[in-house]
Design a binder for this molecule. Structure first.
Ligand code: FES
Ligand code: FES
Length: 187
């Protein structure tokens, strides 16, 4: 009995040290960190949990709710935004790791009477039904064109395949991208 108790003592001490260490780490990660984020041409200063995703920073802290949360797992594309002109899944990107200016769907509209060519094309071609996936589809479509991946229907389908649409508006989305592409390249 005495021998067993002696043998268990280091284990108990080790467990206590491990618990204290993880408590200290947890305390540190809950401390807000200062962050500067440029969104839609305007600089914002935030104090947020270091684990906050770019998606939550945009929606919960900056009220850019046009960017949608679908799966929160990197599988649906609803959260797509542009960072430095390239499309990223904001649910898989830490806000503190964001490098470059962020553009969300709110940043596309120049004025009340003039839409971005891709927004207008989605309207012209009825490229949505419920609309939940649409902000992500439009941001991804813009990325698809600017990356040079809209050369054919098959090309568009391939490079838009990360954006799911439960309403199955896929053929209309392809048509919208084909309409907007030359207008984007002219402008
Ligand atoms: S919410 Fe980001 S990929 Fe689904
Ligand atoms: S328009 Fe409904 S999910 Fe795409």
């Amino acid at each position: 009995m005495t021998t067993a108790s002696s043998a268990a003592a280091p284990l108990v001490a080790g467990t206590l040290i491990a618990e204290q260490a993880s408590a200290q780490i947890a305390t540190r990660t809950h401390q807000p960190v200062d962050l500067k984020l440029e969104v839609n041409g305007r600089r914002h200063r935030l104090a947020i949990d270091v684990r906050t995703s770019l998606l939550d920073a945009l929606r919960e802290h900056l009220a850019f709710t046009g960017t949608k949360k679908g799966c929160d797992l990197g599988q649906c594309g609803a959260c797509t935004v542009l960072v430095g002109g390239r499309r990223v899944l904001s649910c898989l990107t830490l806000a503190v790791a964001t490098r470059g200016p962020v553009t969300t769907i709110e940043g596309l509209t120049g004025s009340d009477d003039r839409l971005h060519p891709m927004q207008q094309a989605f309207i012209d071609h009825d490229a949505f039904q419920c609309g939940y996936c649409t902000p992500g589809q439009i941001m991804s479509a813009i990325g698809c064109v600017t990356e040079g991946h809209a050369e054919s229907d098959a090309d568009i389908r391939e490079y838009m395949s990360g954006n799911l649409c439960r309403c199955a508006a896929y053929p209309n989305i392809v048509d919208a991208i084909k309409q907007a592409k030359p207008q984007m390249q002219e402008g």
